[in-house]
Design a protein. Structure first.
Lengths: 113, 117
């Protein structure tokens, strides 16, 4: 089965600083999803990457998928307290005939004002 | 964006009772919905795949007789935790798949927190 490893597990940054969260897969990714979750709440869809080398941006968040499609990074520029939460990467298992997602354990981001 | 709701948002019940959780896609139809379970400080674990008009597919280790899933329509899936026990206390999240062309994206509900006493 596919495994996703996220790093770091937690991150504390000063407001205004940039940060990067990584997600590494044990297998080639068919699709890679980034979600944000506030504790005890549902997941908010951020971005989906599918092509090797693909990069997408939404406001101050940029996500990239490497050429080999086994690693993705999420970069936040000039972080704000509103960026605080748990960031989860999810892998699409469609290559195995199903598009259920397997998730990493998440990265907890705290932004200090 | 697509909206998925869950009801109730939280529930407290006595051990041995059954609890039903609803997952609705509010502004789109979803042939497929997923049910996940999340323990504190852990990631989401897929429990089952709910397909409209057919039986749900359960992940290994998930008891289908304990976690009953019904996908009665293209906008509603229900998860019933039967004879709940304290170890069933958890955060249950559903997602609904929105298909647009060749792209399928999962949108998640806000979750239901279950506490079994």
């Amino acid at each position: 089965s596919q495994e996703l490893e996220q790093s770091p597990q937690s991150l504390i940054v000063q407001e205004g600083k940039n940060l990067t969260i990584n997600c590494t897969s044990s297998k080639t990714l068919y699709g890679l999803y980034w979600y944000k979750q506030k504790y005890g709440e549902g997941l908010i869809f951020l971005m989906m990457l599918q092509k090797g080398g693909e990069e997408k941006s939404h406001e101050k968040i940029t996500a990239k998928l490497d050429e080999k499609k086994q690693q993705s990074s999420l970069h936040i520029t000039a972080s704000q307290p509103s960026h605080a939460g748990i960031y989860l990467c999810g892998a699409d298992n469609r290559g195995a005939g199903s598009y259920q997602l397997t998730f990493g354990k998440g990265t907890k981001l705290s932004v200090i004002p | 964006g697509a909206v998925v709701s869950q009801h109730p948002s939280w529930v407290i019940c006595k051990s041995g009772t059954s609890v039903k959780i609803e997952c609705r896609s509010l502004d789109f139809q979803a042939t497929t919905m997923f049910w996940y379970r999340q323990f504190p400080k852990q990631s989401l674990m897929l429990m089952a795949t709910s397909n409209e008009g057919s039986k749900a597919t359960y992940e290994q280790g998930v008891e289908k007789d304990k976690f009953l899933i019904n996908h009665a329509s293209l906008t509603l899936s229900t998860l019933t935790v039967t004879s709940a026990h304290p170890e069933d206390s958890s955060f249950y999240i559903c997602s609904a798949v929105l298909t647009s062309g060749i792209r399928e994206t999962q949108y998640f509900g806000p979750g239901t927190r279950l506490l079994v006493l």
